[in-house]
Design a protein around this ligand. Structure first.
Ligand code: ZN
Length: 430
């Protein structure tokens, strides 16, 4: 019964306040929308956490023109810009091997991609795949170079499959990109020593004040929110850590592929020079090179030996294939070694391009995690200031105004005089 009474009383009060707000001319409404910071601070003086957060929030808004601050989930350091936070997390908590970052693929220039697309000598299937890739803007220089280099019909099918894989990888990682946050006009602004409510009219003010009245809860919600955000941010940092490890592994693989590719280029040059200088047949020259390498030690020679062995294998398999196809090669100079070098060059470029595709995907995923981290670390202090201001208006300012209005009514003064008294009363309240 008592609850019923309370409820009716509260509704009555709300109706009176609504009438009061609606009856006020716009110029009077403005004074209600402006709150002296010192009065607000005094109102919350006895509530220490509220008072501290209010001060912090107002200082933040005055200094950085924003209610939002980004707090590191690991060490609680705060930043006024999200990119400073990302930089800090990377530098202070993750410390990746930056040398490896130099191996991240460079994007192919748009101009060169367009040139490629307009080149009618390129197979149509590949051009249409590149057209799709262009929309994601992720084709790398290596990949484009390989596409340019295609001169073996056999490789085209493999290449199309590769480019199509790349398209699906890029589209799957781009489709989950975060939507940017909706930017809403700030509801409360700081103007020197005053807070100004950014509310258009009496209707809007009333619904801002009372629409979510039931949701009014204690100040501990802000602490809960901060804790929840910190945990979420920490989980995201862990994910970033794992993704960086994978990125590092791919970079290491790319590094060794580049080393191998470099050895192919060096050995091919040595081989061609020797052939030109000695006039010996290609197989004899290659045998001599392998013999020399076998006597040397050191890591670089290991890679060169590995390349020489692969050239040997490639030549053997080419010969076996020619024999199977009954192609007579004995009479003229056997060019299998030159072809084997070409093949090795092609294969190593191809492997590097596949690595680049994986690196692009990982970079996109890392970028998305960075956006998620910035979102989780953002503490919008308006979320704590708004309920404090609302509560102050509902419980103090509007109450006082209602009291004064009722007093003026009971004194029976006329309407215009009552508004003057009312304005004076408001000055007292603010
Ligand atoms: Zn930190």
């Amino acid at each position: 019964m008592a609850t019923h009474e309370n409820c009716r009383e509260a509704n009555n009060k709300k109706t009176q306040i609504k009438e009061l707000l609606q009856s006020k001319p716009p110029s009077d409404l403005n004074s209600l929308l402006t709150i002296n910071l010192s009065t607000l601070k005094t109102h919350y003086e006895s509530q220490v956490p509220e008072s501290k957060t209010l001060n912090l929030a107002v200082n933040l808004r005055s200094q950085s023109q924003s209610w939002t601050i980004w707090a590191c989930p690991r060490c609680s350091l705060t930043f006024t810009q999200p990119q400073f936070l990302s930089h800090h997390v990377l530098e202070a908590h993750l410390r990746p091997n930056k040398e490896l970052f130099s191996l991240l693929p460079k994007k192919a220039e748009r101009r060169i991609v367009d040139e490629f697309l307009s080149d009618s000598s390129q197979p149509e299937a590949i051009r249409s795949a590149v057209q799709k890739l262009k929309t994601f803007d992720v084709l790398t220089e290596t990949q484009l170079n390989i596409l340019y280099k295609i001169d073996k019909p056999l490789k085209i099918r493999e290449m199309v499959a590769f480019v199509e894989d790349l398209v699906s990888e890029c589209s799957s990682s781009s489709s989950c990109s975060d939507k940017s946050e909706e930017s809403e006009d700030e509801r409360i602004l700081v103007d020197g020593s005053k807070l100004v409510l950014n509310v258009k009219n009496a209707e809007a003010l009333f619904s801002w004040l009372y629409d979510d009245e039931e949701e009014e809860t204690g100040f501990c919600e802000w602490d809960d929110l901060k804790r929840e955000k910190r945990n979420r941010g920490d989980e995201i940092i862990e994910k970033i850590e794992k993704e960086l490890e994978i990125l590092e592994t791919i970079c290491i693989k790319k590094h060794s592929l580049l080393r191998y590719k470099n050895a192919v280029v060096i050995l091919e040059k040595v081989f061609l020079d020797l052939v030109a200088r000695t006039g010996q047949n290609q197989e004899a020259v290659m045998r001599k090179i392998r013999g020399d390498l076998a006597e040397r030690s050191g890591n670089d020679n290991d890679v060169l030996r590995h390349v020489a062995a692969n050239v040997h294998k490639e030549v053997a398999s080419m010969k076996a294939s020619k024999m199977r196809n009954l192609v007579k090669v004995a009479m003229k100079e056997d060019t299998s070694t030159v072809e084997a070098f070409k093949m090795l060059n092609w294969d190593s470029d191809f492997e590097v391009a596949k690595c680049d595709a994986k690196l692009i995907r990982k970079s996109i995923e890392l970028k998305l995690l960075e956006v998620k981290l910035e979102h989780a670390a953002a503490l919008d202090h308006l979320a704590v200031v708004e309920p404090l201001v609302k509560s102050y208006l509902r419980r103090r300012k509007l109450n006082l105004m209602m009291l004064l209005k009722n007093e003026i009514k009971s004194e029976g003064v006329n309407r215009s005089k009552s508004w003057k008294a009312f304005q004076r009363a408001q000055l007292v309240c603010t």
